[in-house]
Write a protein that binds this ligand. Structure first.
Ligand code: ADP
Length: 226
């Protein structure tokens, strides 16, 4: 029996890596493959901005300049989300935790609720990331991501699924990408040591050059069937 089949606890799968490492793409593929919810703090925050509610107005400026939103905001969103019944069998976290205080809060919650934590670290060079993000386009309606180089829409600038015009996220402009990479180095990268110290399974995946399906295979191989 391998490590995976031995464990009966539902898994909290944390996709970890710099902006542009493919966390969102892999999270969507894994959601389909494993039939568990995909929780993206970036998507949840963008929804709040689009709704124009007070929280959205509070975080809009920070996100557009590439800085992180306050830990309390991210913690509250995730705490509420993972308490819902659809998360009982496990879930995928994308873009959270991003700071040590977030990881501490999450660690306590997952332990209380009996989840096993598995961290998948997507490793990609910064030169690849900058090129990748500069070519990224998103559907403002359904959130599907496209890449002008590796995964272009069938018709230029239009979403394959709903025909909406694709957009460049404001925080995907090149100067903002650099700010986001700096925030990652300063606040998020130190979590690698934190996860290892907390005794979590930490699995490294080379996510630089291959396409999304090959990377999904690699992750699935590390996770086993469940
Ligand atoms: P990426 O991973 O490509 O940077 P995301 O969509 O995950 O993109 O995040 C976009 C922005 O949302 C971040 O730059 C940050 O401002 C905000 N954000 C997302 N998740 C968090 C979080 N856990 N803590 C603080 N800020 C966050």
């Amino acid at each position: 029996m391998n490590e995976d089949t031995a464990s009966k606890s539902p898994k909290a799968l944390i996709l970890f890596g710099p902006p542009g490492s493919g966390k969102g793409t892999q999270a969507k593929l894994l959601r389909e493959a494993r039939q568990v919810p995909h929780i993206s703090t970036g998507d949840m925050l963008r929804e709040r901005i689009a709704m124009g509610d007070p929280l959205g107005r509070q975080v809009q400026g920070l996100m557009q300049s590439g800085r992180l939103v306050p830990d309390e905001v991210a913690n509250r969103l995730v705490d509420e989300r993972i308490a819902r019944p659809d998360c009982a069998g496990g879930f995928i976290l994308d873009g959270y935790p991003r700071t040590i205080p977030q990881a501490e809060v999450l660690g306590r919650r997952l332990a209380e609720r009996g989840f096993e934590t598995v961290v998948i670290h997507l490793k990609v060079d910064y030169t690849v990331i900058i090129k990748r993000i500069a070519g990224r386009r998103q559907c403002p309606v359904c959130g599907t991501l496209y890449s002008l180089t590796s995964n272009p829409p069938k018709k230029a600038d239009v979403c394959d699924l709903d025909g909406a015009g694709l957009v460049i996220r404001e925080d995907d402009q090149e100067d903002v990408i650099r700010e986001r990479l700096e925030a990652y180095d300063r606040q998020t990268r130190p979590l690698i040591e934190f996860f290892a110290g907390a005794g979590h399974a930490l699995k490294e995946v080379d996510a630089g050059l291959d396409g999304p399906d090959a990377i999904l295979q690699r992750i699935s191989g590390l996770l086993g069937n469940r």
